[in-house]
Design a binder for this molecule. Structure first.
Ligand code: PMV
Length: 339
């Protein structure tokens, strides 16, 4: 993707999509290949300027702004010309494995870079990753890449597909490459357990788990599945993608990231799905299901009967975007708190 984030004054609106990881979560933290889908559910921000010296506000509250690490790291690395009033509306439940923090960070960073006069999308990818990583302390650029680029992506030291950009890793590890894969155009179903998960805690736990003698082999097997998944997606082979999802799920259980509520949701779709697996960090959060063609509502109902929250989704082809807000009604209180 070569398009730029355009220059933008205030007030402005931004949007960024959420994501579901189809293959390779956790292994990607170690540079192995993962495949991620940007979702047609995401986060919208409306941002206006506040007058006077003071602090930025989040949904009308200075305290909420101070307590949001993604907001704080983004503002610290790209300070805006004046304090901001940010209003956020998101379709992504927090801590659900659906990339709510990445969508927030990418949408905010797109706005901040727009205020600085615009930027290459590659810069947005790098700055969003840095801000999310700083706020979270661990992790790969999978979530922020999906929020910035949209579509279907492979991410890892080896990332098959049309190359988009490369992001540096720490500790002498190889850089992450990010590449675009074709979207087969299928409908997917996400099932949220309602149990929030803490990505950093689960990632650190997996870091310990893979120090066991079978750890390296587990990570390699996950990457083999992800690489085969890339081929299956390119071929539009639904049965193969589903089979590989099921296989990846077995490795995720081996990594110890399941949760009784995830197990309930997995059982609920067992007979209906072409493939199903945990998506994201695990320890709570969500599953992603590839239903048979036309079966998405039945899968959604099964998830709902098992106590989960179903979302019927498709891939969002567009990544983070910014546009000026002109003339239209402002959200209550925006821009005039100190007027
Ligand atoms: O659960 P999420 O949306 O935070 O996804 C985390 C994906 C991991 O591979 C577990 C961590 C990462 O940053 O890649």
């Amino acid at each position: 993707m070569t398009d730029r984030i355009p220059p933008s004054g205030l007030p402005l609106a931004s949007h960024a999509p959420g994501k579901a990881i189809l293959f390779g979560e956790h292994a990607v933290v170690f540079g192995k290949t993962a495949v991620v889908l940007a979702l047609d559910m995401g986060t919208d921000l409306e941002i206006s300027g506040l007058r006077g010296p003071g602090s930025s506000t989040y949904n009308g509250s200075e305290r909420a702004a101070r307590g949001n690490p993604y907001l704080q790291t983004s503002l610290r690395t790209h300070p805006p010309p004046q304090p901001l009033d940010l209003r956020c509306r998101s379709q992504l439940p927090r801590a659900s494995g659906l990339g709510s923090s990445a969508a927030f960070t990418a949408g905010l960073m797109a706005a901040l870079l727009g205020m600085e006069g615009g930027a290459e999308r590659t810069t947005l990818a790098l700055e969003s990753f840095r801000a999310e990583r700083q706020a979270q302390g661990v992790g790969s650029p999978v979530d922020t890449s999906a929020a910035v680029a949209g579509g279907v992506l492979s991410v890892g030291a080896r990332a098959p597909g049309d190359k988009l950009w490369e992001l540096p890793a720490e500790d002498g590890r190889p850089a992450w490459h990010v590449a675009r894969l074709p979207d087969p155009g299928w409908t997917w179903v996400v099932g949220f357990t309602g149990v929030p998960k803490d990505t950093a805690t689960v990632v650190r736990r997996v870091g310990e788990r893979v120090k066991a003698p079978d750890g390296p082999r587990l990570l390699e097997r996950i990457e083999e599945i992800a690489l085969q998944g890339c081929d299956a997606l390119r071929a539009g082979d639904r049965a193969a993608v589903g089979r590989l999802m099921n296989e990846n799920q077995r490795q995720l259980v081996e990594l110890g990231i399941s949760h009784p509520r995830l197990d309930d949701l997995m059982r609920s779709v067992e007979k209906l799905a072409v493939g199903a697996k945990i998506t994201g960090a695990g320890g709570g959060g969500s599953i992603i299901v590839l239903p048979g063609p036309g079966d998405e509502l039945r899968v959604g109902q099964a998830i709902s009967h098992a106590g989960g929250v179903p979302f019927v989704v498709k891939v969002a082809s567009r990544g983070a975007s910014v546009q000026p807000l002109t003339g239209g009604p402002q959200p209550p209180g925006a821009g005039n708190r100190r007027a």
